[in-house]
Structures are given as structure tokens and as C-alpha cells.
Design a protein around this ligand. Structure first.
Ligand SMILES: Cc1cc2nc3c(=O)[nH]c(=O)nc-3n(C[C@H](O)[C@H](O)[C@H](O)COP(=O)(O)O)c2cc1C
Length: 380
């Protein structure tokens, strides 16, 4: 049925016109632009390790993992954390980007992800003191030498926890070389066809280890004050930007809190986001939490990290992504509609359902295109 036209001469008519003109597209299905890259909606598949690579090279598993989420309707499809050098792997089956063979294996994936309408994104990472562990389904424990453990590096010679390897504290030369590796990986990411890079500075890996006073006890220019502890990350970002075109987006994932008294906290995160915004190099802060120390005491419930994204967004004036136990389309819609975050990032929900965005569109009555081949898809 056609809507009754508004009376243009009455005050009520004016209001009616506004109502008729309102964009009825659900907020999570509104496109957004980061530099020259247009994202079709606000739904991101969060980076998730698949522990299924050999020599850091993406194979058929990664192809289906990433491409099926693109077909399923996500706006941004993230690789798992990708190591910038072999000793920055988490497990020996994680992905890497330190050679051309690895680069070329991603090219097949980025091409398909783009053809399916999503933005192919890569998360660049270095495991720091949390590397050299087994796959989760093999226990996830630190490897012994006999099992193939490799020597780890970190800001300070402090182990992640009992039974974990004590890393070697990085000297100034190692820090400089590691920063340079971010630039080299960024160049290969561009050559592989990625349209977005995220620097992983969360979950207790190397950049987070520099940020948090619980893992960084250095007394040089990379430790101590807030300015010194954030230096490694800022230099890594500058290195990435030196090889990553100005018109391409760069995100940073942080742990907004260590969930421990005396650790990195939300205030530090807001301050960091302000500093990152001031560089003009970063487009979005992806707000996760925890992972730095075993004694963390997180308070977990659906949407538990959303307040971090909201605080960073409002106080630093930079776009954010919310992540963590966002399951329902209504909840995702509320987060973006309320201005708590610009994007929602889904992990486990999309592991079980690559078509989460398509189903959410049905629930929220958004008009989105299914791939032509799947248009006859139905479940009831
Ligand atoms: C299997 C698995 C692997 C993950 N690997 C990564 C990773 O490589 N990088 C990262 O930043 N977070 C990783 N995460 C965390 C997720 O990206 C996400 O932040 C977390 O699961 C919370 O979101 P969810 O409740 O929607 O799953 C991983 C999570 C899972 C379940």
C-alpha cells in the first residue's frame, strides 16, 4: 500500500515529511568509507587464528574461511593475526607474511573476497613472549625445545606465566629491525591486494607488551613513561604507513584494559587513541581487552567490551569497532545506532555461521543482495 502523502502546508505535514525522508536502512547495513575504501556495511569478521598453515602460507582452509564470510555478507573480512617474522608466530601453524610465497598465496584470497563485495583486511602481528605454543586442540601449552620451541623476544625478560618461556629482552637494534619488518610486511600486504591493514596491539602480543607496565619494565626510551611505552606502537604504525598508501585505511586493535590493578587501563587507551588520531595515520580503534597476564579478572557478558569502544569513540573522537559476545542482530544494530561504535566485529558467531550478515538482514528487514547463485536459498 502506498503511504499517504504529507500535507506540505501543515506543521504536522513537515514532521511527516521528515519521517518519510528518514533513512530506514538499519544502521549496521549503512555503508561507511575509510579513506578511499567503501565498506558495504558495518559488519566485520574479527581476526581469528585458524592454526592451519604450513610455513605461514595460506591454503585451501584459509581460502574457504575468508571467502565464505565474504559471500555471507560481511563488510570487512579479516585474516587471523599474521606474523611479520617467523619468531613472531603464535603456533608453528599460524599465518605469516615475511616472504613472497606467502604474499602470493593471499592474492588468490583477496581477489575473491573483493569479487564477493567485501574488503579484504589483514591483521599484522608479532607474538612477542606469547609465541611458541601448541595449537589449542593439542593443548595450547608452551612448546618444549624437543617439540620445536623457538627463542622468543619481548620488551622485558618476563614470562607470560608459569611454564612459559622467558623471552630475551629486545635491544635497541632488535627493536629497530622489528619495526622495519612491519614496513616490509605492509608492502607485501599491498602487493597481495589487501585493502586494509590492522596493527595488532592487543591480547598480550608484542605491541601490547610494550604498552603495559606489567610486561614492560624497560628503562630506556621504550619503557617507563606513557610516551615511552607507546613509542614502539607509534613507530610500527609509522613504518606501516611508509609502505601503505595514504588512501588506504589502517586500523589498530588494542586491549582497552588488562583487567588488572596497575595494568594498562581505559584511561591509557583513550590517551593512546588521542595520540593515534593526532598522527593522522590511523582510521579506527578496534577495542578488545585482556590477554596480557594470566591473573586478569575480566567481567564477561554479552557486549562487555562495548563500553570501551564507546568511551574511546566519544573521548578521542576517532572511529571504533566493538567486539566481544555480540550475537544478535538487534544488539549489533543498537551499538551502531546508539553511536557506541562505527563497526561491530563478530568472531565466534561467524565461525558457526558465515551467513550471519545475510540472516541479520532478514531479521532487521534490510535489503541486501544475495549472490545470484544463492538467491533461491531458504530455510523454512
Ligand atoms: C579461534 C579464535 C581465534 C582468534 N584469533 C585472534 C587473532 O588472530 N587476532 C585477534 O585479534 N583476535 C583473535 N581472536 C579474538 C576474536 O577476534 C574476538 O575478539 C573474540 O573472539 C571476541 O569476539 P566474539 O565474542 O565475537 O568471538 C580469536 C578468537 C577465536 C575464538
Amino acid at each position: 500500500m502506498d503511504a499517504k502523502p504529507a500535507n506540505p502546508h501543515s506543521a504536522r505535514g513537515e514532521n511527516e515529511r521528515k519521517v518519510f525522508q528518514r533513512d530506514r536502512t538499519p544502521h549496521i547495513f549503512r555503508p561507511i568509507e575509510f579513506r578511499s575504501v567503501r565498506v558495504r556495511n558495518r559488519i566485520t569478521m574479527s581476526p581469528m587464528c585458524q592454526y592451519s598453515a604450513e610455513n605461514g602460507v595460506a591454503g585451501d582452509w584459509h581460502f574457504q574461511h575468508l571467502c565464505s564470510r565474504a559471500v555471507g555478507g560481511a563488510g570487512i573480512v579479516f585474516t587471523e593475526s599474521v606474523a611479520i617474522e617467523p619468531r613472531g608466530l603464535i603456533t608453528s601453524h599460524c599465518l605469516g607474511l615475511w616472504n613472497d610465497e606467502q604474499r602470493d598465496a593471499y592474492a588468490r584470497i583477496t581477489k575473491f573476497v573483493k569479487e564477493a563485495g567485501a574488503v579484504p583486511a589483514i591483521q599484522l602481528s608479532h607474538s612477542g613472549r606469547k609465541g611458541a605454543v601448541g595449537r589449542p586442540w593439542e593443548g595450547g601449552k608452551p612448546l618444549t625445545k624437543e617439540q620445536g620451541a623457538w627463542p622468543l623476544i619481548a620488551p622485558s625478560a618476563l614470562a607470560f606465566g608459569d611454564g612459559y618461556q622467558v623471552p630475551t629482552a629486545m635491544d635497541a637494534d632488535t627493536i629497530a629491525k622489528t619495526i622495519e619488518l612491519y614496513a616490509i610486511a605492509a608492502r607485501r600486504a599491498r602487493e597481495a591486494g589487501f585493502q586494509l591493514i590492522e596493527v595488532h596491539a592487543a591480547h598480550g602480543y608484542i605491541a601490547h607488551e610494550f604498552l603495559s607496565p606489567l610486561a614492560n619494565q624497560r628503562t630506556d626510551r621504550y619503557g617507563g613513561s606513557f610516551e615511552n611505552r607507546t613509542r614502539f606502537l607509534l613507530e610500527a604504525i609509522a613504518a606501516v604507513r611508509s609502505e601503505w598508501p595514504d588512501d588506504m585505511p589502517l586500523f589498530v586493535r588494542i586491549s582497552a584494559t588488562d583487567w588488572v590493578e596497575g595494568g594498562w587501563d581505559l584511561e591509557s587507551s583513550v590517551q593512546l587513541a588521542q595520540a593515534l588520531k593526532a598522527t593522522g595515520k590511523v582510521d579506527l580503534i578496534d577495542c578488545s581487552s585482556g590477554g596480557l597476564v594470566q591473573k586478569q579478572k575480566p567481567v564477561i557478558h554479552p557486549g562487555y567490551q562495548v563500553p570501551f569502544a564507546a568511551a574511546v569513540r566519544s573521548r578521542a573522537g576517532i572511529a571504533t569497532s566493538a567486539v566481544g559476545m555480540i550475537y544478535s542482530p538487534d544488539m549489533a544494530e543498537q551499538i551502531v545506532a546508539n553511536g557506541q561504535a562505527d563497526m561491530v566485529s563478530l568472531g565466534r558467531a561467524m565461525l558457526i555461521d558465515p551467513y550471519w550478515p545475510q540472516r541479520a538482514a532478514k531479521v532487521l528487514r534490510a535489503e541486501v543482495n544475495w549472490p545470484a547463485q544463492y538467491e533461491r536459498g531458504d530455510i523454512y
